[in-house]
Design a protein around this ligand. Structure first.
Ligand code: NDP
Length: 282
């Protein structure tokens, strides 16, 4: 029986892989033999992740690094074109790039926020999927979209972010039906985001980015120091049924499973990896 996590010879593109969950996911695919394409706006961070991918790759394969902003159509096109130019094919597309932003309907710049969130979290996914289908049909590949519990549970002050992830879930389900006959599977992975009214309002008034329950740069992006961010995650951990918050590796493992042949009969699902948070009172 073949190793389900053997991605030898597979080409995997992960958006938002210059940090956080996307970076860990790229490293895990590299560790399991894949040729990975990593991308993000920050070239320095990308290059650091690139080094790590090459270090853990069994054959020392260097990733393709593409500096790109997924909210820009030309960058999305360049990303797919470069992938095909260098590797000649695409097996797995992980639409992970995204960000959270608090929003109140009374915000003066509500439409600017709407555009920013939707362009990054949703429009980019539609366009990258559009560009990838012809290549994924040839490889009988699959797509994994990174969603959030915010798509299932309403959070005051996070309507726009929640809408973007909710739409992503429905996009996934519809595309699973549309692309199934072409041999392409489409799934979402989702996990927990830390939201309550007090935090939403504080964050909304502060820096307009939401904190997450998976230890990434989310909190530091909004201006928390490393120690404040760690303290917040530790405080949350006590409330989890599994007594810890998620680590990027937890999500990366779920992505690799979903991309592997082990899940070849799985499509159109929302796979929840949240340590039991959704059903507890966090
Ligand atoms: P991080 O902020 O740690 O990483 C986000 C990644 O996305 C970075 O590599 C960033 O790179 C990239 N990115 C953001 N905007 C753009 C853009 N416009 N163009 C290209 N790249 C972009 O976040 P996480 O790893 O925590 O989040 C990853 C995904 O998981 C997101 O879709 C998020 O909504 C989702 N999520 C996270 C949760 C959590 O608890 N952490 C919970 C639920 C969902 P760069 O800055 O270099 O562009």
């Amino acid at each position: 029986m073949s190793n389900s996590k053997d991605f030898n010879g597979k080409v995997v593109l992960i958006t938002g892989s210059s940090g956080g969950i996307g970076a860990t996911t790229a490293i895990e695919f590299s560790r399991n033999g894949a040729n990975v394409v990593i991308t993000g706006r920050n070239a320095n961070n990308l290059s650091e992740v690139g080094k790590e991918c090459q270090n853990v790759s069994p054959k020392g394969l260097p990733p393709l690094e593409v500096v790109a902003d997924v909210s820009k159509d030309d960058d999305c096109k360049r990303l797919i074109d470069s992938t095909i130019k260098i590797f000649g094919k695409l097996d797995v597309l992980v639409n992970n790039a995204g960000f959270g932003m608090g929003s109140l309907i009374t915000d003066a710049n509500i439409l600017d926020k709407y555009k920013q969130i939707m362009d990054t979290n949703l429009r980019s996914v539609v366009y990258l999927t559009h560009l990838s289908v012809e290549h994924l049909e040839k490889t009988k590949g699959n797509i994994i979209n990174m969603s959030s519990v915010a798509s299932m549970k309403p959070f005051c002050g996070f309507s726009l972010y929640s809408m973007s992830k909710c739409a992503l879930d429905m996009f996934t389900k519809c595309l699973a039906l549309e692309l199934g006959p072409k041999g392409i599977r489409v799934n979402t992975i989702k996990y927990r985001i830390c939201l309550n009214y007090e935090i939403c309002i504080t964050i909304t008034e502060r820096l307009s980015v939401s904190p997450g329950h998976v230890r990434t740069n989310f909190l530091q992006v909004v201006g928390y120091s490393k120690s404040q961010s760690d303290a917040r995650y530790d405080e949350l951990a006590n409330k989890y049924p599994l007594a810890r918050v998620g680590e990027s590796k937890d999500i990366a493992n779920a992505v690799l499973f979903m991309a592997s042949s082990e899940s070849s009969f799985v499509t159109g699902i929302n796979f929840l990896s949240d340590g039991g948070a959704l059903y507890s009172n966090i």
